[in-house]
Design a protein around this ligand. Structure first.
Ligand SMILES: [Zn+2]
Length: 328
């Protein structure tokens, strides 16, 4: 009967009731260590903040189509440490990033050489918690070359490495990523191996690396499978993320998975490790994470501007946190 149903004002009003999963995790804090917010909206930021996400890491990645010049990389890296960090702060979420040349674009060698030259200008900046996301896509010789070069860069800068493991031929690609890191003398404790699944997790943990899992809706890794992995392997050195980007993905994957874990009998302590603390411990090795900033960023003042730009559009009312120290 939807066609004959006339919309009333009530139908058009925003839905205010919280989804059930939010009720379950009320008061918990989450850290999403892999999410591409550049591709997401302010609604996503608001929903994440409402669900308890207090801090995030945005890895530099592939933007869906190849870039044609080094300047677009430079602007992108600048936006990760500039505008995007500001935008996140306007929703009370502490934003960090990792900087690197992604595996797909490593195959354009002419451009890759130029990107390698500018990486040192960015990896030492404040709030950059690692070199990433780097690794293999198609496992080509060019990917191998620039993965190795960036491992050397991370070693020199004493920064953690965030490894993207390939979707095709994952097991082999994951093993190869770890072998090469060891060959270059990196400590497994400085390396976060991402996009794991049931096939790769055991070896990653056995060899002393951090094992990150991306919860993808519909395909690959659903959060029910994630619950089973935590039941089997525990919570040590395991972390989860949304890897939400411009594709079909869910920026609430971490809080939703926490709610599911709670429902399926995983202890609060284990949930806290997997959804918050482990990611902090791994990336804080950069010396760039100070958890007290998760609280100070909560004092939101949307009147603020970044280089003259604001998240507000004409006529919108800014949100000013009543608990902020400064009164304007
Ligand atoms: Zn990613």
């Amino acid at each position: 009967m939807c066609c004959s149903h006339e919309l009333t004002e009530k139908d058009l009003a925003p839905i205010t009731a919280n989804p059930i999963f939010l009720e379950k995790i009320k008061g918990m804090r989450f850290f999403d260590p892999h999410v591409h917010m550049t591709s997401r909206t302010t609604d996503d930021y608001q929903a994440m903040a409402d669900a308890g996400v207090v801090a995030i890491i945005e890895p530099a990645f592939w933007l869906g189509q190849p870039r044609t010049g080094v300047d677009t990389f430079r602007d992108y890296f600048n936006s990760l440490i500039g505008w995007e960090r500001f935008r996140s702060s306007q929703f009370g979420i502490k934003h960090y990033c990792t900087i690197g040349l992604n595996s797909k674009e490593a195959n354009n060698e002419r451009l890759a050489e130029q990107v390698m030259e500018i990486l040192p200008l960015f990896i030492y900046k404040e709030g950059v918690v690692g070199v990433g996301e780097i690794g293999f896509d198609d496992q080509t010789p060019a990917e191998d070359k620039y993965y190795r070069a960036q491992l050397e860069l991370a070693k020199e800068a004493m920064l953690p490495v965030q490894i993207h493991t390939p979707h095709r031929d994952k097991k082999k690609g994951t093993q190869r990523s770890m072998d090469i890191a060891i060959e270059h003398g990196l400590d497994p404790r400085m390396i976060i191996v991402d996009h794991n699944n049931e096939e790769t997790v055991k070896e990653v943990l056995d060899r002393g690396f951090w094992a990150a899992f991306t919860i993808y809706p519909f395909t690959k890794m659903g959060n029910e499978r994630m619950v089973e992995i935590v039941k089997q392997y525990g919570s040590e050195r395991i972390m989860i993320n949304s890897a939400a980007d411009w594709g079909i993905s869910d920026p609430l994957a971490v809080p939703k998975t926490a709610a599911l874990m709670l429902e399926r009998g995983i202890s609060i302590k284990d949930i806290e490790l997997v959804c918050y603390q482990n990611a902090i411990d791994a990336f804080a090795q950069s010396g760039q994470i100070n958890v007290s900033e998760f609280d100070t960023v909560k004092e939101i003042d949307q009147n603020l501007k970044y280089n003259g730009s604001s998240v507000l559009r004409g006529g919108q009312q800014p949100r000013v946190d009543k608990n902020a120290t400064i009164i304007r």
